[in-house]
Design a binder for this molecule. Structure first.
Ligand code: HEC
Length: 162
């Protein structure tokens, strides 16, 4: 009887352990690699980007040059701030473009690392939004890539040193 109980106990533990690992909820913080519109929902509702960290080497309100700025604020998700040398899969860098007053938000730029998406352009997905979330452009945007490619040696980013 004792032996039977031990076997039942061990089987139950193994069953629970397996069930828990199988039905573990999907990481809610994994950004979708779909459209810019869906990504907007995610960065506003699921993982609000304004609560993300900034890169240590790009903190606060910074001066920028056209097409960005005149003032910008850069946010990065945990995957990006935890990356070294290049942005890991799922890294998102967001840049808010402000008027000279530092308060009037003009547009929001985003870049998201999607391995296999654009191998000759750092595998970044690009997007620009209005402050309301309206998508202005998205995808493999030629103008973004053509300028950011000059920083290909630092994974296509100008401000942060990976
Ligand atoms: C003519 C060059 C140029 C073009 C075109 C351009 N960028 Fe940039 N981008 C920069 C520079 C330079 C910075 C650094 C901030 C600054 O000095 O303006 C930057 C910074 C950024 C950043 C912050 C991360 C980083 O690289 O440091 C994001 C995000 C970004 N750009 C997205 C975009 C998107 C999206 C587009 C296209 C819609 C785009 N950029 C088009 C030059 C450009």
């Amino acid at each position: 009887m004792k032996r039977f109980l031990t076997v039942v106990c061990i089987s139950t533990i193994i069953f629970l352990f397996t069930a828990c690992s199988l039905f573990r909820p999907v990481n809610q913080k994994t950004p979708p690699a779909t459209s810019a519109a869906e990504l907007w929902q995610f960065i506003k509702l699921k993982d609000n980007y304004s609560k993300w960290d900034q890169f240590d080497d790009a903190e606060g309100l910074l001066q920028a040059a056209p097409p960005h700025g005149p003032l910008v604020k850069i946010y990065a998700n945990d995957i990006a701030t935890g990356s070294t040398y290049t942005g890991r899969k799922g890294s998102i860098v967001i840049m808010e473009n402000y008027e000279n007053d530092g308060k009037t938000l003009l547009t929001i730029n985003l870049m998201q690392k999607r391995p296999g998406y654009a191998p000759s352009a750092g595998d970044w997905f690009w997007a620009t939004y209005e402050p309301s979330g309206k998508v202005l452009e998205e995808g493999k945007i030629k103008s973004c890539v053509e300028c950011h490619v000059s920083m290909a040696f630092d994974d296509y980013t100008f401000i942060h040193k990976w």
